[in-house]
Design a protein. Structure first.
Length: 338
């Protein structure tokens, strides 16, 4: 299951797996900022009972489908047939098409109309979980494959990207055997409710850029709430009000300290970036107060949108790009709270 995501840990997975190999007797884990569930899926594949948490509705839907659902309990043949029926629906232009294919250029109008039709069918006939979340995940992933963005939903290309001219196609998301859980909570609140786990993975937002703002179309797609929108990108109006302490240089340290006090885990695995609000020295000091710390650095190219270039709100390329690579760090903490 691939998806374009600024916070994706695809390039960190080998380093994460190597660190996990060093840890004995792991059976439970919590991914407290799960995003698109990439790390949570790695943990589940290794046989752990995983709880995936995030404050975004799109993330909760992906987590319900891929982490909280046990694929062994599904009739996959029937599910495949039902998704094929959704995929066969003809487009019916509606609010989504008008907003994100006409007023904005997120999807080509043909695909915007398909989204409208499929979303209405899910609302009418996919009301039970986990089938609802599986269908919404399939639609989200299908839209991502044919969007016309540089990786985030802040502005759209002036000319349709080649992939945007391809037809939207629904497929079965990656469904994994094994039990798990999901929630849409503040990370510290989730940790307090969840109780003790063997491993807690912590990958908070690095800087001032809000994931809600970057991926607001996904939020609207899964909520189906037709919100008031603004700007060239047609952002949800609540992008202005749903603020996070993790996106503020003034409040991120306090938020991190609260989270570390709330988590009960034998091991903490924390990822950070050299582009984040907390520098390595500060973060290392905060973590060292909770146990023995091992750090691993991974250098890699910056996200694809940066490498493509800088675009203004009208989708026109402007300016020049800065540094092309950045360093992400993994901190493994063997905690004193066992």
């Amino acid at each position: 299951m691939t998806i374009k995501y600024l916070g994706s840990k695809r390039l960190l997975l080998p380093a994460i797996a190597a660190l996990l190999d060093e840890l004995p007797r792991l059976s439970t884990a919590a991914d407290l900022f799960t995003g698109t569930t990439r790390v949570a899926r790695l943990l589940k594949r290794r046989g752990l009972h995983v709880h995936a948490n995030d404050t975004a509705a799109y993330s909760e839907v992906l987590a319900r489908a891929t982490i909280a659902t046990d694929a062994r309990e599904l009739d996959l043949d029937d599910l495949g047939q039902r998704l094929a029926a959704l995929d066969a629906l003809r487009g019916e232009p509606g609010w989504f098409t008008a907003t994100y294919s006409c007023a904005a250029r997120y999807l080509h109008p043909d695909n915007g109309a398909r989204v409208d039709a499929v979303r209405a069918a899910i609302e009418a006939g996919w009301r039970e979980e986990p089938l609802r979340s599986i269908a919404l995940s399939a639609l989200l992933l299908a839209a991502d494959r044919v969007d016309s963005t540089t990786g985030v939903q802040m502005a759209y290309l002036k000319r349709w990207a080649p992939r945007a001219l391809q037809p939207l196609r629904l497929g079965l998301p990656e469904l994994l055997p094994g039990r798990g859980g999901s929630s849409r909570l503040d990370a510290a609140e989730c940790a307090r409710r969840l109780g003790p786990v063997d491993l807690a993975y912590i990958d908070p937002p690095y800087n001032q850029h809000s994931y809600l703002g970057n991926y607001h179309v996904w939020e609207t797609l899964v909520l189906g709430d037709r919100p008031e929108v603004y700007g060239v990108a047609r952002k949800r109006i609540d992008c202005r009000t749903r603020k996070s302490a993790w996106n503020s240089v003034r409040s991120i340290r306090a938020a991190f300290e609260e989270l570390l006090e709330s988590v009960r885990a034998r091991y903490l695995l924390v990822s950070s970036s050299d582009e984040g609000h907390l520098d390595a020295e500060t973060l290392g000091s905060l973590l060292a107060a909770h146990g023995e710390v091992t750090a691993v650095n991974v250098d890699h190219p910056r996200y694809v949108g940066h490498r493509i270039g800088i675009y203004n709100p009208a989708g026109e390329k402007v300016g020049t790009v800065g540094h092309a690579r950045n360093t992400e760090s993994l901190y493994l903490v063997r905690t004193t709270r066992r």
